[in-house]
Design a protein around this ligand. Structure first.
Ligand code: HPA
Length: 270
């Protein structure tokens, strides 16, 4: 049996086999929402194929249960490409999400902004992304399913619903293009000028491989960045991982309100 099937059995054993509607992947400093799930928390270490050992993030648990009346799977941490050099690190976990019945995937992350009108503390809904890394989690996938169309990778209906939730909550939700830079070093000011020229509005080290995998698995995807800093060279502030973690909570409360409202709205879709 594959790792994926083993993990699925363990999850069904502990969480019951009711179908999950939506998966949420929580980024740095945004893990609070996981603890609001009324259900079970399963350590990644118990789940074959799930990232563990060096995974960054404080909550390497899969939370399954009810949130705003909808059965969800919340991934409290992700493995980034820069940790072990594997762009497909989240593939087994997302395959399990699909096998649990989910058809929607919401991703969150911390990002640096290249837009003066999107300062630290703001939220940015991804309208699209640029895979600047040149990496792809589907390299090596042997089937023709690897030729995934990415035109509506950031699902228009989910984006519309997230925008409406932000508006209903009175929260300013910006929208823009996210560029994936591999990390773990931050970008240089010259790289940021280049990314701006190429049409990016924010930069970060995650999410894009998961959106590609999500599209491959026929999960409708949407993602929101919490801006933790202006990108390199755009302000005098020192950029650091500590700073990212310290700033993420600024947007986290707003993000949680948007996501809770969004989940209530998604109940009608099962
Ligand atoms: N660059 C890349 N990743 C990030 C940044 C940044 O400026 N801020 C938070 N994550």
């Amino acid at each position: 049996m594959s790792a994926h099937n083993d993990a699925l059995e363990i999850i069904k054993d502990r969480a019951g086999d009711g179908p999950v509607a939506i998966g949420l992947v929580l980024g740095s400093g945004l893990g609070h929402l996981a603890h609001a799930v009324d259900g079970v928390a399963i350590p990644y270490a118990d789940l074959p194929g799930f990232p563990h050992a060096a995974v960054s993030g404080h909550n390497p648990n899969l939370h399954i249960g009810l949130l705003e009346g909808l059965r969800v799977a919340v991934f409290g941490a992700r493995e980034h490409y820069y940790e072990n050099g594997n762009p497909a690190a989240m593939r087994p976990a997302l395959e399990v999400l699909k096998a649990l019945g989910a058809d929607r995937l919401i991703l969150t992350n911390a990002a640096g902004s290249m837009r003066p009108d999107i300062p630290p503390g703001d939220l940015m809904l991804l309208s699209d992304h640029i895979n600047y890394s040149g990496l792809n989690p589907l390299i090596g996938e042997p089937t023709d399913k690897r030729f995934v169309p990415m035109t509506d990778a950031h699902d228009p209906d989910l984006r519309k619903a997230l925008r409406a939730s932000a508006e209903a909550e009175g929260i300013d939700l910006k929208e823009g293009v996210y560029a994936w830079y591999s990390g773990p070093s931050f970008e240089t000011p010259a790289e940021i000028r280049m990314l701006k020229t190429l049409g990016a509005d924010a930069v970060g080290m995650s999410t894009v491989p998961e959106v590609i995998l999500g599209c491959f698995l026929c999960l409708r995807c949407a993602a929101i960045s919490t801006v933790t800093n202006m990108a390199a060279g755009m302000s005098d502030e020192k950029i650091s991982h500590e700073h990212t973690k310290a700033m993420a909570p600024l947007g986290a409360t707003k993000l949680e309100r948007i996501l809770r409202h969004f989940l209530r709205g998604q109940r009608q879709h099962g």
